[in-house]
Design a binder for this molecule. Structure first.
Ligand code: SF4
Length: 547
């Protein structure tokens, strides 16, 4: 049974009131790849009644009243992606599509969705606590650069006037918040949250103030350096207009906890109220999340700050149970078993962690246990389950980590035989050493060697498979001449230049966003050329895109 979208649906479940109302900019898809469904289901399992307001009409405050007044709080998210990215392209044009809504049409969610939804709630339910979360809240939790608006912004917790911000995936935090509010307790001190305090907490690491960071590039760079080097283990504080933003370290979830988030009764479908196809659902319907976290720490990516550097992998039993349930009534092709980087499943730190920003840059840390075999064994087992006709890896692999093990050529051969379906994505992103340094993505294995090994093996097995390289232009450090070089090297290595590539967008709170804004890498102090001119950015992108 779906979580209710209306009071009538809630009554049919026998609920006379709703404890928590989740508001999201996306359609409600009851599937573990969509944050609102996960948080709603986990809260339901913890004993709370939960309703969802999906895609409220942001021009009409009454759209926020359809489920009445919640007993505990409103939980607000923009949806699976930041609303500014959902609304605008890398060249700041309005998007006319949105894969997270029925029919895939753009314009359903507002810019700055979290702030907009919070304003609607404040107009109608002034005294109900508001919790903000999801990627938009997570990646705007402190002073950040907003590329679309081309300005620095303070923490979204201040601008939204919410009571607490949940960063990361948010399950344990949200349940703890519900428990505290139902017991009449304070929301202070919850791991993985950000709050505002009148007084500076004791024993906290003090960042440069909000005002200093917004007025001085030097203070902004220092703030980011200190934040990245300390947020994983310390209580962090930033002065903001006479009050203090308090950032608690992330929660350390266990495998058992992670398993439990997938063992709640998702229907794995969009709510039946939607009559049109939701493109994002079609894409991930048969994909399985196997782990959380990314050890990579690439400077342009949100993952390390959002999910954390530590990999937490689900147990094989939990994953197999999920696949068995999906395949109970029909034959299926599992289109992905992975996570942010599929083959990071099973990787772990042998000493339990540290404050380094990346486990693989500038060099592979000797404590990172790479375990490609465990991931392949998992897919092997999945393939033996009833009604599973194929398992493939749609999200792509981190090829240099794949090639790190002694047995890599044998594993590559086996992987191609069983788990590739037509094409395999890899993400060199660029080939220029300066750009790769800015990206914090120095390859641990030569790209050309990998491509050669892949093609050789496909030929040997008479498989017509090909590699699709993900590439990016306009990154800090990237110039017209480096993109020309990338074009010819990629053509030489892969035999073609891909039709699609990405123009860099500085995502809020990433290291790249600070490189873009200041020209300086907060962690190394290295200065990079940054192409900011819109026309010149288009030209640079066009070098790779032209046919
Ligand atoms: S010690 Fe090495 S493997 Fe462990 S968290 Fe730190 S960088 Fe990663």
């Amino acid at each position: 049974m779906f979580l209710p979208l209306t009071l009538d649906e809630a009554k049919k479940r026998g609920w006379n009131s709703i404890d928590i109302i989740l508001v999201t900019g996306d359609a409600y898809i009851d599937h573990p790849s969509f944050g609102t469904a996960v948080i709603g289901r986990v809260l339901e399992k913890a004993g709370y009644t939960v309703g969802i307001i999906a895609m409220p009409n942001f021009m009409d405050p009454s759209s926020i009243e359809v489920m009445g007044r919640p007993n505990l709080f409103f939980g607000i998210t923009s949806g699976n992606i930041d609303s500014m990215l959902a609304r605008f392209t890398a060249f700041k044009k309005i998007r006319n599509d949105d894969p997270y809504v029925p029919g895939g049409m753009g314009g359903v969610k507002p810019s700055n969705a979290i702030i907009t939804y919070c304003n609607l709630i404040k107009q109608r339910f002034k005294d109900v606590p508001i919790v903000i979360g999801g990627i938009e809240a997570s990646m705007r939790r402190l002073v950040h650069y907003d590329f679309i608006q081309n300005k620095l912004r303070r923490s979204i917790l201040v601008d939204s006037r919410a009571d607490i911000l949940v960063y990361g995936m948010g399950e344990s935090q949200t349940v703890e918040i519900a428990n505290r509010l139902s017991g009449g307790q304070s929301m202070e001190g919850i791991s993985g949250t950000v709050t505002i305090a009148r007084n500076k907490p004791l024993n906290a690491f003090l960042l440069p103030s909000e005002k200093d960071a917004m007025e001085s590039n030097e203070a902004l760079v220092t703030m980011y350096k200190q934040f990245y080097q300390n947020f994983q283990s310390k209580l962090i504080v930033q002065e903001s207009g006479g009050r203090y933003i308090v950032h608690y370290p992330p929660p350390q979830i266990s495998q058992h906890q992670l398993d439990s988030y997938y063992e709640v009764p998702y229907t794995r479908k969009p709510h039946p109220v939607y009559t049109r196809t939701i493109p994002a659902y079609t894409m991930i319907q048969y994909s399985i999340n196997a782990h959380r976290g990314c050890a990579g720490g690439c400077s342009f990516c949100t993952l390390t700050l959002h999910q954390g550097k530590r990999i937490v992998s689900r147990s094989r039993d939990s994953i197999k149970q999920e696949i068995t349930a999906i395949a109970a009534k029909k034959t299926i092709h599992i289109t992905d078993i992975g996570g942010p980087s599929a083959n990071m499943y099973g990787m772990e730190c042998s000493i339990g962690g540290c404050n380094r920003e990346s486990c693989v840059f500038p060099a592979l840390c000797k404590h990172l246990k790479i375990n490609t075999r465990e991931w392949i064994d998992l897919m092997d087992e999945a393939l033996t389950l009833p009604n599973v006709k194929k398992v493939s890896v749609g999200s792509g692999i981190r090829y240099d980590l794949f090639m790190w093990s002694k047995d890599c050529l044998r594993e590559l051969s086996y992987f191609i035989t069983h788990f590739v379906s037509g094409q395999l994505k890899v993400a060199p992103e660029h080939i220029d050493s300066t750009v790769l340094r800015a990206m914090r993505k120095v390859p641990l294995y030569p790209l050309a060697e990998f491509v050669k090994a892949f093609n050789h093996e496909c030929k040997r097995q008479a498989k017509e498979y090909y590699l699709v390289p993900y590439l990016m232009t306009c990154q800090p450090g990237s110039t017209d001449s480096s993109v020309y070089r990338m074009r010819s090297e990629i053509e030489a290595i892969f035999g073609y230049v891909p039709y699609q590539c990405q123009a860099f967008i500085p995502l809020p709170m990433t290291l790249s966003s600070i490189q873009y804004y200041t020209g300086s890498d907060p962690l190394t102090g290295e200065m990079f050329f940054v192409e900011k001119n819109a026309k010149a950015r288009r030209k640079q992108h066009g070098i790779l895109m032209r046919r």
